[in-house]
Write a protein that binds this ligand. Sequence first.
Ligand code: GDP
Ligand code: MG
Length: 153
Amino acid sequence: MSTTEQTYIMIKPDGVQRGLVGEIIARFEKRGFKLVALKLATPSKEHLEEHYKDLSSKPFFPRLIEYMMSGPVVCMVWEGLDAVKTGRAMLGATNPLASNPGTIRGDYALQVGMNVCHGSDAVETAKAEIELWFGKEGINQYKLASSSWVYEA
Ligand code: GDP
Ligand code: MG
């Protein structure tokens, strides 16, 4: 059983402005994931364009970049069992109206252009995103005291 999978989770400017930072962090903590990197950041346009480069041909791309530059974001790396897929499930669908209640977007958002949070969509994408956002600082390594109460022996 691998417990070292990591995912990049980011609270978007609307999530920060609406006071959802603590709530979103709490959900990942309570689920049993380990926080291994965290910062508040105001990324450059170039940095955001790199993060969303796969979407650069989409008609909404300029709007997306503008949205992401509208305020600071909270950047995090969470580690644990199936972190990428589970993180996406906790976020909900891209369109909040299609997100189930109980998910972050399903509880706190209504429109796709204001959907509160980002989560890596695959293990390989997560690696690239973690490098982009935390390549300089690096990731913390430590044993979470509660892990023996989250994972079976
Ligand atoms: P995600 O992985 O669920 O965040 O979705 P995508 O990677 O497909 O898109 C990245 C982000 O672009 C989404 O989270 C939305 O904030 C935004 N986005 C996606 N589709 C649309 C759209 O049709 N209109 C607008 N305004 N924004 C969109
Ligand atoms: Mg995506």
